[in-house]
Structure formats: structure tokens, C-alpha cells
Design a protein around this ligand. Structure first.
Ligand SMILES: O=P(O)(O)OC[C@H]1O[C@H](O)[C@H](O)[C@@H](O)[C@@H]1O
Length: 534
């Protein structure tokens, strides 16, 4: 299959994408809609044959059966022996989900209702701090216990009508110090978010927050809540079970914002808006489970990615939201995609025959246009771009600015595809009065090779339902890519070695131990930092 695709790529790689639009149905045929979302992938070099080869990969890898196994609660995370059921967290009225002969939905819905009651009590003031109604909520967590709710809280800022929300993740004391300085301990709720409740950074920050609060209020633990799968550890930390929201090991950290890890977001925007977010995710699940591959948005987004990364060998992909409040989406996707599909062996342990998932990066437009787009347009590497654009913003009185935003987003994808030829550049320079060698030289700097691929995801407005659809779309994109590659998208062994070595280095940094056994570079750096006050 891969060979067929690579052969096909050889035959089309020099073809201008623009020439595909000689077919008047191109844009329509290479677009897909789900509800009010539109994904346009017509500005890529994928044609009908390419799509046939790509969907062939899905059939060869048995993706439909793997998808159904995931939704049915099979232990598809084989290296950890776990089911993968974040979809159950948004399965509001989708019927039972059975794991080991037990329906998990009553537990999921019960936890959701407890979260809603708690969030409402905080928002309405029945649940208060020792100095009065809560004014601030601090979510302490890292990775999946931070990126989702933080990305969501920024994305849905117009819906934010609860207490102020802060996020602390880094073990760097600068992170927590800046947040604590802005909060009154007597009216602050601290949420410790950690699936395992052992993560070094989170536990260090949680202890710091507790010490900070203990200086001002009689019973600091009363103003703490916990989100975790390990209820014994939350109890040992002193958090009352009534403020602990548990979840099961079948929710992966980077897939967890739909459940208890989303509590800070729910407190910020309210339970009703949070349910709309869940409904958006559920709508995408229903689509993913039922649509044929050629009109299945997550599958197509994944196939476009596979075409660009594993077939065309473009190693990175830029995610460019023309929607400023999606500013943390690229960071969120870095964990979702790179921790999920950054694997070098397939499920059975054999090395991959093709590259693993791509490097994901990006910034909102239009900011990026004034920074790194130069390289995207004229650099020697091709960087497939993924644009996201809303028809309307939340600032109706400033809609004229939003229209400028849209024009900029669409202009970039057009420019990437169209480019500018040497003849066009020459004409520009001639119009400026240049001639001869100087005209040639100046014109060559103004050539855009074009033929650079992009996709555009368009939607009416970034509301909670739409955000739910977008996040679930990307989750399933990851699933499809992982299934095609035959890897386990749901473990993350690649983060372990650094953690182990940090434990061996900590006593060297404090000076309790010498640096013997370390390479000369690492030992030298420890010594330099110690000599300078570490
Ligand atoms: O939620 P926690 O157990 O504290 O884990 C937080 C994060 O740290 C780990 O190192 C993993 O790489 C992430 O997948 C996880 O989201």
C-alpha cells in the first residue's frame, strides 16, 4: 500500500495544485461537512487516485474494526493493558459502555453530576472560602492535566462568568509565584489535577500552594479539591472525599479534559456551557463512527496528514488558527499528537516502516504572518498548513476587524498554493522602473514557489459546542493515524527516561551527592550551576 502511494506521489509531485481546480467540482469534492463545520482539503495535491490509495490504507489496517473496538471498551492500549474510553465521558445519552462486563456510564454520569453540583455551588457562593465567596480558582496540573482546561478556558473566554481561573503547571517556582501573588488565599480554591497524583511538578506546586494558604486560613485543606484516579493518594494529601472527583484508568491524560480534569473550565463557564462542549464532542463521535471514509472528517484529516508526512516526507505541520482565542490549540495538539503518535515501533515491537507522527507547531494568525510565514512561503522546506477560521467572532461590534482576519487567513492559503512566478515578479519590478541585471536580481527575491498545501477548517463561531467538535476531531485524527501506523497511540513511555534521570540528578544539584557516573557535559553543567548558586 505504501509503495503504491509513494509511486503515485512520484507521478503527481510536480503538478501544480492550482491545476486541479480545472475540475469545477474540485472544491466541493475535496471538502467535507459535519454539522456546521467545513473542512476544505482541496488545496492539497491529493486527487481521486490518491484518495483511493489513502483510504486503502484504512482498509488494509482494519481501522473500522479498531475504531469499533475502541468505542466498545476493548483494551486497545495494549502496553498498559487499558481500554481507551474518553468518548464515554461525553456519551451523554448514547447508552451503555461496557468494560469488563460492567456498564461504566452510571459512574460517568454520577461524577458529571457531582462536578456540576460543586461548580454551581462555587459559582453561586454556597461553597465558599474561609474569607468569603471564591474569587479565584487555581488549577495545578501539568501535561494533560493542564493543557486541555487551559486551552479551553482561553478559547471560551466570552463564556467565562465564574471566578477568575489560573493555571499553574511548571515546576519552575516563577509559575506558581506569579499566580499566588495575584490571589487572596482566603477566597481561592486550589484544584490539584493529576491522574496519578504522583507527578513531581504537580505535587511540588500543590505543597507550595498548601503552605501559602496555611499562612492565612485556619484549614487550608478545606479550600482544596482533587481530580485523580488515585483516591488513596488524594486522601493522604488531606483532601476530603467530597471534593475529590475520580476517574478511571481508561481516560488517558491528554484525552481527559472531558471529565473531572475539566472542572476548572466548568467552574469558569458553567455546567450548561460545559455540557454543550461535551455535546460537540459526542456529535463528532457519532459522525466518526458512522460516516463512510470518503466523507469522514477525522479520517480525511488524518489521511491528509499521512499524505504530507509519511508519503511526501514533510516533517512538520503548522496549525494556524485565525481565531486568537485558540492560541493554546497548537500547544494542546503538541501533546495530543506528539505524545500519542511519536512512537518508533508498532504494537508488536517491530520498527516502523514509515515515519511516526509529524512535528506540530503554530501560532494564531495574523500574528504568525509577521513572524515565521516568511519561511513557510519562501523557505526551502514545504510546511503543510492547517488553517482554522470562524465566520464570526464574539465581538459583534468589531465585526469589521473579524472580516479583516478572515481575509488574511484565506489570502495565506491562496498565496501558498498560487505563489508568484518569475515572470510576474519581473513585471512587478519593471513597473517600479527597474531593468537589466538589477531587475533580474530584485525579481528573484520576489518569487514564491507556490504549490504549498493547506487545509482550512471553517465554522460559524467558536462556542462550546464547536470547541467540543474541534477537539474530538483532532482526537480521532490521532486515532486514525495511529491505527494506520499500527502503533499504540495511548501510552507514553518516551517521557519516562527523562523523569528517571531527573531523580538521579536532583541530589547532585543540591550537592547531597557528587556527579560520578555522569558524562562530562552533564557533570560540568551541574558544577557550573552549583558554583553559580544552584
Ligand atoms: O495527570 P498526571 O498523572 O499528573 O500526569 C501529567 C502528565 O505527565 C506525564 O508525564 C505524561 O507524559 C502526560 O501524559 C500526563 O498528562
Amino acid at each position: 500500500m505504501w509503495d503504491d502511494l509513494k509511486r503515485h506521489h512520484q507521478t503527481v509531485k510536480d503538478r501544480p495544485i492550482l491545476s486541479l481546480f480545472d475540475d469545477p467540482g474540485r472544491a466541493e469534492s475535496f471538502s467535507v461537512r459535519v454539522g456546521d463545520l467545513l473542512l476544505d482539503y482541496s488545496k492539497t495535491n491529493i486527487d481521486r487516485d490518491g484518495l483511493r490509495h489513502l483510504t486503502g490504507l484504512l482498509d488494509a489496517a482494519g481501522v473500522a474494526a479498531k475504531r469499533d473496538a475502541m468505542f466498545a471498551g476493548a483494551r486497545i492500549n495494549e502496553t498498559e493493558g487499558r481500554a481507551v474510553l474518553h468518548t464515554a465521558l461525553r456519551n451523554l445519552d448514547g447508552g451503555p459502555v461496557i468494560v469488563d462486563g460492567q456498564d461504566v456510564m452510571p459512574g460517568v454520569l454520577d461524577t458529571l453530576q457531582r462536578m456540576e453540583a460543586f461548580a454551581t455551588a462555587i459559582r453561586e457562593g454556597q461553597e465558599a472560602g474561609q474569607g468569603g465567596r471564591y474569587t479565584d480558582v487555581i488549577n495545578i496540573g501539568i501535561g494533560g492535566s493542564d493543557l486541555g482546561p487551559k486551552m479551553g478556558a482561553i478559547a471560551l473566554a466570552p463564556y467565562h462568568d465564574g471566578p477568575r481561573t489560573h493555571f499553574v503547571s511548571n515546576v519552575d517556582p516563577a509559575d506558581i509565584a506569579d499566580v499566588l501573588r495575584a490571589c487572596d488565599p482566603a477566597t481561592t480554591l486550589v484544584i490539584v489535577a493529576s491522574k496519578t497524583f504522583t507527578t513531581q511538578e504537580t505535587m511540588a506546586n500543590a505543597r507550595t500552594a498548601k503552605a501559602w494558604m496555611s499562612q492565612s486560613v485556619p484549614d487550608a485543606a478545606r479550600q482544596f479539591a482533587a481530580l485523580s484516579t488515585d483516591l488513596a493518594k488524594t486522601g493522604a494529601f488531606g483532601i476530603d472525599p467530597s471534593r475529590v472527583f475520580g476517574f478511571e484508568d481508561w481516560v488517558g491524560g491528554r484525552y481527559s479534559m472531558w471529565g473531572p480534569i475539566g472542572l476548572s473550565l466548568m467552574i469558569a463557564i458553567g455546567p450548561e456551557a460545559f455540557r454543550a462542549f461535551l455535546r460537540g464532542g459526542q456529535a463528532m463521535d457519532l459522525h466518526f463512527r458512522s460516516a463512510e471514509w470518503h466523507e469522514n472528517m477525522p479520517a480525511l484529516l488524518a489521511l491528509v496528514g499521512i499524505w504530507h508526512n509519511q508519503v511526501c516526507d514533510h516533517a512538520t505541520r503548522a496549525v494556524l488558527p485565525y481565531d486568537n482565542r485558540l492560541m493554546r490549540l497548537p500547544a494542546y495538539l503538541q501533546q495530543l499528537e506528539m505524545e500519542s503518535n511519536g512512537k518508533r515501533v508498532s504494537m508488536d515491537g517491530a520498527p516502523l516502516a514509515v515515519h511516526s507522527g509529524s512535528v506540530v507547531w503554530g501560532e494564531p494568525g495574523t500574528n504568525g504572518q509577521h513572524a515565521f510565514y516568511q519561511l513557510i512561503h519562501q523557505g526551502t522546506r514545504v510546511i503543510p498548513c492547517e488553517f482554522l477560521v470562524a465566520a464570526r467572532g464574539s465581538e459583534d461590534d468589531l465585526h469589521h476587524q473579524h472580516q479583516l482576519l478572515i481575509a488574511n487567513g484565506l489570502a495565506q492559503s491562496e498565496a501558498l498554493m498560487r505563489g508568484r512566478t518569475m515572470d510576474e515578479a519581473r513585471a512587478l519590478m519593471a513597473a517600479k522602473g527597474l531593468s537589466g541585471d538589477e531587475l533580474e536580481r530584485q525579481a528573484s527575491h520576489r518569487v514564491f514557489p507556490g504549490n504549498r498545501p493547506s487545509t482550512t477548517l471553517a465554522y460559524p463561531r467558536l462556542d462550546p459546542f464547536t470547541l467540543g467538535q474541534i477537539v474530538a476531531l483532532y482526537e480521532h485524527r490521532v486515532f486514525v493515524e495511529g491505527a494506520v501506523l499500527g502503533i499504540n497511540s495511548y501510552d507514553q513511555w518516551g517521557v519516562e527516561l527523562g523523569k528517571e534521570l531527573a531523580n538521579t540528578l536532583a541530589p547532585m544539584v543540591t550537592g547531597e551527592q557528587g556527579t560520578s557516573g555522569k558524562d562530562a557535559s552533564t557533570a560540568g553543567l551541574v558544577e557550573f550551576l552549583r558554583a553559580n548558586g544552584a
